[in-house]
Design a protein around this ligand. Structure first.
Ligand SMILES: NC(=O)c1ccc[n+]([C@@H]2O[C@H](COP(=O)([O-])OP(=O)(O)OC[C@H]3O[C@@H](n4cnc5c(N)ncnc54)[C@H](O)[C@@H]3O)[C@@H](O)[C@H]2O)c1
Length: 215
């Protein structure tokens, strides 16, 4: 994201990849324009929010016409740095890590897992989803400066120690799937994804904020 160009609210920034993916689908199906209502139904974000999100980028739509798909797509591609490939590393090739290596991120956005690390001798040296698994003990020797994003899928007790090593090697962003809360310098961004918490929140919302059933 080109933050030096514009400062947009974080909630808006988080929705951009969602818009981008939908616009790509529209584009490949040959559609040339889209209304905020259509966009809203497809990405499940209310149309007022979409209009407000888009307003941060100037007047991108026209009343009664909607949005030009090509224009929006190239705009978002640039904003999301989609022309640039972001190389990512993954640490911990267990259940979750293996699933991520098999999942082809590259298909939908320009991020690609380039390197993976584990300590299990049975895994080191093997290839999962086209990515070679290296020994974490070799991390400092193998890591290159152009990989500044890491996915952490190791057991929680070892997460902080590994995070410290990643940071020391120049990693700037960590997508943390472990339940451990990581302590990192202010210059490093950690996004924590806790599936148990998300599930609990969904159950709570279903119970306390039931949605209207269709008549
Ligand atoms: N599997 C899930 O559905 C799920 C859901 C939510 C959160 N999580 C969390 O994600 C993390 C991974 O879960 P999982 O189910 O894939 O676990 P897993 O036990 O299957 O895999 C962990 C992997 O990390 C490796 N590992 C252990 N110590 C290491 C170290 N010091 N350095 C590098 N690699 C090391 C292990 O060899 C193993 O391959 C855990 O913290 C778990 O709590 C998992």
């Amino acid at each position: 994201m080109k933050s030096e160009q514009m400062k947009i609210p974080q909630a808006t920034a988080k929705r951009l990849p969602l818009y981008y993916r939908f616009l790509e689908n529209l584009h490949s199906s040959g559609k040339q324009r889209v209304s905020s209502t259509e966009l809203s139904e497809a990405v499940k974000v209310d149309s007022a929010t979409i209009r407000r999100d888009f307003s941060y980028f100037g007047a991108l739509g026209k009343k009664g016409y909607g949005y030009n798909v090509n224009y929006l797509l190239s705009f978002f591609r640039e904003t999301l740095d989609q022309d640039e490939l972001t190389k990512v590393m993954l640490v911990g090739v267990g259940n979750l890590g293996t699933a991520f290596l098999h999942y082809n991120f590259f298909k939908n956005n320009n991020t690609q897992i380039e390197m993976a690390f584990d300590v299990d001798e049975d895994k080191v040296g093997t290839n999962v989803g086209g990515v070679e698994i290296h020994d974490l003990n070799q991390f400092e020797a193998l890591h290159t400066e152009n990989i500044t994003v890491a996915i952490l899928t190791v057991p929680a007790p070892v997460a902080q120690k590994i995070a410290d090593r990643l940071v020391a090697a120049g990693v700037k962003g960590i997508l943390n799937f472990t339940p451990a809360r990581l302590t990192v310098p202010d210059s490093v961004r950690v996004h924590h994804i806790d599936l148990a918490v998300e599930l609990q929140a969904l159950v709570y919302f279903l119970k306390h904020y039931p949605l209207d059933s269709p008549q």
